[in-house]
Design a protein around this ligand. Structure first.
Ligand code: EPZ
Length: 419
């Protein structure tokens, strides 16, 4: 078993280069199934979710060549099966994107229910509703999803809730459908825009991504033969911005899109941190104890749920009592019990958690309960006095490339140990 051992307190200082966005990349890889040919994808984060995505593509018949640790060429000329490997698709959430892509390309797919972080109920009814409106027949039996369509036909689709996954999945299914699809009440996250940009680069006709109405005019085929670079990761950038505030450090992030970080910047300034926007880089520093603040997680452009635990670390040591309202996931406060083991005073009730700010945290053995909880515990380890041991690293490795290397480069005393 592996653990991360972090000894603090250390103000984190220096430069971090932000990787490509996990949540864009895990959709762009299955999107390559819509291409009858080759394409090259650059700025891919080197994380376990990407490696599993590549294995799934290979099992379906794609040929993948690694050009470097962050770039691959995918050849999807020959798709040899419409059965996605159940053991791999159950390992992470975004495996559901093979449904939209394979319905579009082959008109058929059989895939296991997706896995991923345990954040409470994670239904996929909006995905299924979209596929059915496009003309597919979808059934779910004993944990397997069967979807089939003769020829998908574009139509208006109103999403009952704002869903990142359903918006992308329906977009994937519509690209090669006959006629026009209009997704209303679409999600607007940067990764939605990135997937649309990728598909348009390959010959799709998608307009309006990044607004709440997306129009997809079906095209005959996607041509491939192009290179695409994944958008920088908004959540990885936000994680290091909040690490700078929590540790009273000074971190400059390179390769980020500062426009995507506005909701985080606003909260950092509210708690007393400083932010300098340099266009394609951003500097965050803080030289005093953070002040209290109230946060509500919301779909983009609101404060992202995927930065809620990292912000929770900042508020756990803030001056005063803060409240976080989690409006996306039912169970995203599990990390608060781990922070309490380190001396935090947090009480979570349903959608709300109350943070009685303490002056310091103390090192303790803690467990990463999901991906972002794990990142929050690494920050907490750098804040705390003494040694923190973080277990369940498989969650962190799903979404952060070389987390210990990046934290070490900005001064953290962190090492990965195999027990
Ligand atoms: C994506 O999950 C991200 N994952 C999550 O990031 C992120 O927390 C989430 O969006 C919200 O931003 C990926 O992109 C792979 P949703 P997704 O569909 O698409 C409900 C991380 O740490 N809903 O936008 O699964 C759902 O229960 C991960 O990187 C339905 O009711 O999220 C939730 O309450 C964790 N029916 C809300 O909508 C549906 O059919 C938003 O979910 C779909 C969703």
């Amino acid at each position: 078993m592996e653990k991360l051992v972090v000894t603090g307190p250390t103000p984190l200082k220096g430069e971090v280069i932000i990787n490509g966005a996990k949540n864009a990349a895990v959709a762009i890889l299955p999107a390559t199934l819509l291409i009858d040919g080759c394409c090259t994808i650059e700025n891919l984060p080197n994380i376990s979710d990407i490696k599993i995505s590549c294995e799934i593509l290979e099992k379906l018949g794609a040929k993948i060549t690694w050009n470097s640790k962050n770039s691959i060429t995918v050849d999807t000329t020959n798709i040899i099966t419409t059965k996605a490997p159940l053991d791999l698709t159950s390992k992470f959430r975004a495996s559901y994107y093979v449904i939209g892509a394979m319905l579009g390309r082959m008109g058929e797919i059989e895939v296991g229910m997706p896995g991923g972080c345990k954040l409470g109920a994670r239904p996929i009814d909006q995905h299924i509703k979209g596929f059915e409106l496009l003309g597919a027949n979808v059934t779910v039996e004993k944990g397997t999803i069967y979807a089939k369509a003769k020829k998908l036909k574009g139509c208006p689709i109103y999403m009952d809730i704002v869903s990142v996954g359903a918006t992308i999945n329906v977009m994937l299914a519509s690209v090669l459908a006959k006629g026009t699809t209009i997704i209303d009440n679409a999600a607007k996250e940067p990764h939605i825009v990135d997937v649309a940009n990728f598909l348009n680069t390959m010959g799709a006709d998608i307009r309006g991504a990044g607004t709440d109405v997306i129009k997809i005019n079906g095209v005959e085929k996607l041509h491939g033969n192009a290179t695409y670079s994944v958008v920088p990761d908004q959540i990885e950038a936000g994680t290091f911005m909040l690490a700078a505030v929590a540790t009273r450090g000074d971190i400059t992030l390179k390769n980020c899109i500062t426009k995507h970080l506005e909701s985080i910047t606003a909260k950092i300034i509210e708690v007393g941190g400083n932010v300098q926007d340099n266009g394609d880089s951003i500097r965050v520093w803080c030289n005093k104890r953070p002040s209290k603040a109230n946060i509500k997680t919301l779909p983009y452009p609101g404060f992202p749920t995927d930065l809620q635990p990292q912000m929770g670390v900042v508020l756990s040591i803030a001056n005063g009592t803060s409240m976080i309202t989690e409006s996306i996931w039912e169970s995203r406060f599990q990390y608060t019990e781990e922070l309490n083991k380190m001396g935090a005073q947090i009480t979570a009730h349903g959608k709300n958690a109350f943070f009685e700010g303490v002056k310091k945290l103390s090192g303790a053995p803690v467990y990463s309960t999901d991906l972002r909880a794990g990142a929050a515990l690494v920050i907490a380890g750098a804040v705390a006095e003494g040694t923190t041991e973080i277990y369940n690293l498989e969650h962190i490795d799903r979404g952060y490339e070389d987390i210990e290397g990046k934290f070490r480069k900005i001064g953290a005393k962190i090492k990965r140990v195999t027990e």
